[in-house]
Design a protein around this ligand. Structure first.
Ligand code: SF4
Length: 317
C-alpha cells in the first residue's frame, strides 16, 4: 500500500477516513490537528505560562512534546511539567521518572505534587481504609485538586492535559448515561477564567488514542507504558469498551460523538453557565458547594479510619 498523499510506502490505514498514510504524513496529520485545537482553544498572542499535567504515560508525554515543538521559538511562553504522585507504589514511580526525563530532554521545568501533601493520604492507603469504594472516585477529585493547586502555585495561566479523542467521547457518554448534564456542560476545554481555577487546555481532544500511541512511537517520545492497578475497578472501563465497539462497527463514531457535543455545547452552557465559585470552607480550593469534593472525601476517610481503630481497640477508657 502507498500513501494516498505522496505515494511513499504507507505505514497506517486511518479507518474512519479511509486514507493510507506514510510515516511523514501520519506525523503531519497528528501535528496539524493538535495545532488547530490549540489555536481554537486559546489565544497565546500576549504570551503565557502553561502547565502540563504529566502522568508520564503516552498521552500527556505526547501533549508535552507537541506543545514544546509548537511553542519552543516563543520567548514569551513558558512550559512547566507537573506530575501528580497519587501514591500508588506499583505504578507511579515509573511514570514519574519518565515525565522527569522527558522534561529534561525538552528543557522544561518539572514539578511533582503528592497526594500525601494535598489529599493527606496516598492512594494505596485510601484503598486499604475504604476497600469497598471504587478507587477512582477518590483519585479523580484528589487529582483535580492537586493539579489545580500545583498549576496555580507554578503561576500558570493554563493547564494542558493529554486527554485524547477516546477519553473525551467516553466522558461525554458517561455524563449522558448518568444524566449529569451540568457536568457535561462543564467538560473542558474551558474558555471562561474563574477565580482560583486554572483553565484546562486539551490539545489532543481530536486525536484517537491509537494515533497518539503511534505518534509517540514514531517520534521516539519517552513514556511509561503501564496501567494503574486500580483501573479495572473504574466505571470508565465499561464506557471504554462501548466506545471502542461502536467505533469498530461504525468507524467515525468517536468523532461524531465529539462533534454532536461541540454543537450542543453553547446551548448546554446557556442552561448551565459557569457557577459562582466559593473558597472551600476547609481548604480554600474553589468549589460550587461550601465544602469541596476532596474535603468531603478526606472527611469520609477520617471517619472510616477512626471507626477501624475503635473496632481494633474496643477497650473501655
Ligand atoms: Fe487514579 Fe483510577 Fe487513574 Fe488509578 S485508574 S490513577 S486510581 S484515577
Amino acid at each position: 500500500m502507498h500513501c494516498d498523499r505522496c505515494g511513499s510506502p504507507a505505514i497506517e490505514w486511518i479507518r474512519y477516513s479511509g486514507e493510507h498514510l506514510c510515516r511523514e504524513h501520519v506525523l503531519d496529520f497528528v501535528e496539524r490537528r493538535a495545532k488547530r485545537e490549540l489555536r481554537a482553544q486559546v489565544d497565546l498572542h500576549g504570551g503565557a505560562r502553561i502547565a502540563i499535567g504529566m502522568s508520564g504515560g503516552k498521552d500527556s508525554s505526547t501533549a508535552a512534546f507537541l506543545l514544546s515543538r509548537f511553542l519552543r521559538e516563543r520567548r514569551d511562553i513558558e512550559l512547566v511539567g507537573i506530575t501528580v504522585d497519587e501514591g500508588i507504589a506499583s505504578y507511579r514511580p515509573g511514570g514519574l521518572a519518565a515525565a522527569r526525563d522527558l522534561c529534561g530532554e525538552l528543557g522544561i521545568e518539572h514539578r511533582v505534587i503528592a497526594y500525601e501533601a494535598t489529599a493527606g493520604h496516598a492512594m494505596d492507603e485510601v484503598v486499604s481504609v475504604d476497600p469497598e469504594a471504587i478507587p477512582c472516585s477518590y483519585c479523580g477529585p484528589f487529582r483535580r485538586e492537586a493539579l489545580n493547586r500545583a498549576a496555580r502555585d507554578a503561576g500558570a495561566d493554563y493547564v494542558a492535559t493529554g486527554l485524547n479523542l477516546d477519553d473525551t467521547a467516553q466522558s461525554i457518554l458517561m455524563n449522558i448515561a448518568r444524566a449529569d448534564v451540568e457536568k457535561l456542560a462543564r467538560l473542558g476545554p474551558h474558555d471562561v477564567r474563574q477565580p482560583g481555577l486554572v483553565p484546562r487546555l486539551q490539545p489532543l481532544r481530536m486525536i484517537p488514542e491509537k494515533e497518539v500511541y503511534l505518534y509517540a512511537f514514531l517520534r521516539g517520545i519517552r513514556f511509561h507504558d503501564a496501567t494503574c492497578p486500580y483501573a479495572e475497578r473504574a466505571q470508565r472501563g465499561r464506557f471504554r469498551e462501548i466506545v471502542s465497539r461502536l467505533e469498530d462497527e461504525s468507524p467515525g463514531t468517536r468523532h461524531a460523538i465529539l462533534s454532536s457535543y461541540d454543537q450542543m455545547r453553547s446551548l448546554l452552557q446557556e442552561k448551565f453557565p459557569p457557577a459562582r465559585l466559593n473558597a472551600c470552607a476547609r481548604c480554600g480550593e474553589p468549589t460550587i458547594h461550601e465544602i469541596c469534593k476532596a474535603c468531603e472525601l478526606r472527611g469520609r476517610l477520617g471517619h472510616l479510619a477512626s471507626v477501624e481503630s475503635t473496632v481494633e481497640d474496643p477497650s473501655p477508657r
